[in-house]
Write a protein that binds this ligand. Structure first.
Ligand code: SF4
Length: 291
């Protein structure tokens, strides 16, 4: 039977559902089927708890999450460590495999270093790299001088301001604008980071998936490019909301919108098959297509 990538595992988690998501766990429909999200919702105030408890395993789990790594990887590594230890013990007893490991074997060759440098330069020169940086700058240039005015009107520029906002100020319009700005702020850096990941993955792709008889459409860089397209689409929608509710700002948003249009165009040119990538969970036939 063909493997169903959307099917939950024995613990009810969809493997890899966290790989191409927006990381907004608090509003995610997969939060209970995701190893990363399940940890997040179960551990409100976890950082403080970890510090209070002082348990090394709490601190370690927190660190793994900050590194964007699911807890299963930490567990797997623990298991690997145990296996390694067992193997070492066996080796000492003379009954295991005899690894003749020379760290020099792990050193990249001169040719590999040249290739790495070539890829690094190509990444730096890629139009999407410049556009990602320029987008971050444009958002800051628009937001920074307006932050005080927006906050005075009760519009949240940062999510952590939510608790300090007087209930009387929470009109539907203010809430919608706050939500749009939250979306813009959340994706501002992520767009650049994910574009970099997609380009680098493509540049460094050795074609191993094809060689292993796997579908190259399902490469990590193609999935990351699909997420980039979603980020652009949602950022555009958020800026449209800002322009609609703050029409006096419309002319200041022209450059931002034009840049996002060009990012979208470049992404589609560089990753023409991105939309054909199937994300575990998100692209299951019975899931709604958008959040
Ligand atoms: S898939 Fe997991 S990591 Fe991603 S937003 Fe949902 S709960 Fe969070």
């Amino acid at each position: 039977m063909e493997h169903d990538i959307h099917a939950p595992d024995a613990q009810g988690f969809i493997p890899g559902v966290y790989n191409y998501c927006d990381r907004r766990c608090e509003r995610c429909r997969f939060v209970r089927q995701c190893r990363v999200g399940a940890v997040d919702v179960d551990d409100v105030g976890e950082a403080e708890d970890a510090v209070v408890s002082g348990r090394p395993e709490d601190l370690r789990e927190r660190l793994m999450k900050l590194m964007n790594r699911p807890p299963s990887e930490a567990e797997d590594e623990d298991e690997d460590d145990e296996v390694d230890t067992e193997e070492e013990d066996d080796g000492d007893a003379g009954g295991g495999l005899d690894f003749d490991f020379d760290p020099a074997d792990m050193e990249p060759t001169a040719e590999e270093l040249r290739e790495e440098e070539k890829a690094r330069q190509a990444l730096k020169a890629h139009p999407l790299s410049n556009m990602g940086m320029a987008y971050m700058d444009l958002v800051d240039e628009w937001l920074d001088p307006r932050e005080e005015m927006l906050t005075a009107k009760g519009i949240l520029v940062h999510r952590q301001q939510e608790l300090s906002m007087a209930a009387a100020m929470r009109t539907p319009e203010i809430l919608v604008l706050s939500e749009a700005l939250d979306e813009i702020g959340w994706f501002k850096t992520m767009l650049h980071v994910k574009c970099q990941r997609a380009i680098r993955g493509k540049l460094e792709d050795t074609g191993w998936m094809k060689a292993m008889d796997m579908d190259p459409l399902q490469s990590d860089w193609n999935g990351t490019a699909k997420l980039c397209l979603e980020i652009v689409q949602r950022s555009v929608a958020a800026w449209e909301t800002v322009a609609e509710l703050m029409p006096e700002e419309a002319e200041h948003l022209v450059a931002i919108n034009e840049l996002l249009r060009r990012v979208d165009e470049e992404l589609r040119k560089e990753f023409p098959d991105a939309q054909r990538f199937i994300r575990a969970g998100w692209d299951a036939p019975d899931q709604p297509s958008a959040r």
